[in-house]
Design a binder for this molecule. Structure first.
Ligand SMILES: C[S@@+](CC[C@H](N)C(=O)[O-])C[C@H]1O[C@@H](n2cnc3c(N)ncnc32)[C@H](O)[C@@H]1O
Length: 428
């Protein structure tokens, strides 16, 4: 049979009687698929697999433990025969043909009146693939399409909002990572591909906004430290209002929504207003941006733990110890005060400090100094947000660290290669 001779369609079998002849693994798989579609399944077979017997015992299907009879096809809408005996399958198929009932014959693909495609479900999309009578090829294609849908590489977005889903908008707080489009999660990318509305921050993988369909609405609510063009209360309100209009809303945030990103407040506000929320973690700048400059926030022999704080927060509670790394976000404006506070808390003036501006972006820049020098260096170089400031001996591991920062303690570490040629290193 040539592929152009088949007519793809989707059967709605909900509540309709169907027949499965055979009790083996193939029959069990098909019976399960038919049950999933809501059909009333009768299985005719002298023996049945444990899976089929369990379904029968649970009352989900009827199992007739006997051989097939011609009148079994009477009154059913669809037949699957998979007895493993070609003679019986042929008899079932010809009885079905005589009754004008569609029948899939598992033992004779060529003469079968209907074929079962390889199927995958991604959200509310069902993919069915027939591939010239080659089931493995069909499965490989199905898997590839499903993966592309799951990763957001294929457009999964609804174009038509069905009546019963109209009131069911949702909000996804998606952590987009620090800016490089490759650092968003697969789940985040997929939700972005399904979004009707994207509420976007200034930081994060903004290039992904260019890939959205033209009718996806982008609402810019970007903040810079100390300057919030759209107040948080308005952002919360926008999320809820859009979702209540039935839209799928993605709140695309830089880094991770729950790391100094006010994601908790947004999620809480949505839930208080009856809006379904999903939180998709992201790659936080607190860890990844130092990594972009070859700085691990912990490192054997140097630091056992780390704290992430905002620069303008009280630093006196942070462990001021040689084996503890301090990571400051939004810290450039208060760098001088933060460095003094950490000095007063007990960190020596020669504690290494690294500042990574625009991590993962083409203009990434690294400035390395010490607690005693860093504020002057940053001022002289015009260091600006967004930047992550790392304080602690782990900075010595960076390939950008000057040679006198390196000691035998960690000299066995092979340094990362600098990521971009545009990275500029400033040392005292
Ligand atoms: C409001 S906080 C949001 C943090 C975010 N939730 C996260 O997990 O990365 C913004 C701060 O994150 C840091 N940041 C975010 N992206 C950055 C990047 N690409 N390069 C340097 N710093 C970045 C900066 O310290 C910036 O001021």
């Amino acid at each position: 049979m040539a592929i152009q001779d088949i007519y793809p369609t989707a059967l709605r079998l909900l509540g309709r009687p169907v027949l499965v002849v055979g009790g083996g693994r193939v029959a069990a798989r098909r019976a399960k698929g038919l049950l999933d579609a809501g059909a009333r399944v009768t299985v005719v077979a002298p023996e049945a697999t444990a899976a089929l017997r369990e379904l029968a015992d649970a009352g989900l299907l009827t199992w007739e433990p006997r051989t097939y009879r011609s009148d079994d096809v009477d009154g059913v809408w669809f037949v699957q025969t998979a007895t493993g005996d070609p003679a019986v399958d042929t008899a079932v198929a010809s009885d079905a043909e005589a009754q004008r009932v569609w029948c899939v014959n598992a033992s004779d693909h060529e003469s079968s009146a209907a074929w079962t495609p390889a199927v995958a479900v991604v959200d509310d999309v069902k993919i069915a693939v027939n591939a010239g009578g080659d089931p493995r090829r069909a499965m490989a294609l199905r898997d590839a399409v499903a993966t592309a849908l799951e990763s957001g590489d294929l457009p999964l977005r609804r174009r038509r909002i069905s009546k019963d889903s109209a009131h069911r908008g949702s909000v996804a707080l998606v952590g987009g990572g620090p800016g490089d489009t490759g650092l968003i999660t697969v789940r985040g990318r997929r939700l972005l591909g399904q979004a009707d509305v994207v509420v976007a921050d200034r930081l994060g993988p903004r290039e992904l906004l260019n890939e959205l369909a033209p009718d996806v609405r982008v609402i810019e609510v970007g903040k810079t430290p100390g300057h919030h063009p759209v107040p948080q209360a308005d952002i919360n309100r926008i999320l809820v209002e859009e979702a209540l209009q039935g839209h799928r809303v993605v709140r695309l945030k830089g880094g991770d929504p729950y790391v100094l990103g006010r994601g908790g407040e947004e999620a809480e506000f949505c839930r208080q207003h009856g809006v379904e929320v999903e939180v998709v973690s992201g790659v936080t700048s607190a860890i990844s941006v130092p990594a972009a400059a070859g700085i691990p926030v912990t490192h054997r022999g140097l630091a056992k733990g780390f704290s992430v704080v905002t620069g303008h927060e009280e630093l006196s509670e942070v462990p001021a110890r040689a084996d503890h790394t301090v990571v400051l976000l939004m810290g450039v404006g208060q760098l001088r005060e933060s460095a003094s506070a950490l000095g007063r808390a007990g960190l020596p003036r020669d504690t290494p400090v690294g500042i990574v501006e625009n991590g993962y972006l083409p203009d990434q820049r690294v400035t390395i100094g010490t607690l005693g020098t860093i504020a002057d260096q940053a001022e002289a170089a015009g260091v600006a947000n967004p930047a992550v400031i790392v304080i602690g001996d782990v900075v010595r591991v960076s390939p950008f660290a000057p040679s006198h920062f390196k000691t035998a303690d960690y000299s066995t570490t092979s340094p990362n290669k600098p990521r971009t040629s545009t990275t500029r290193v400033l040392t005292p």
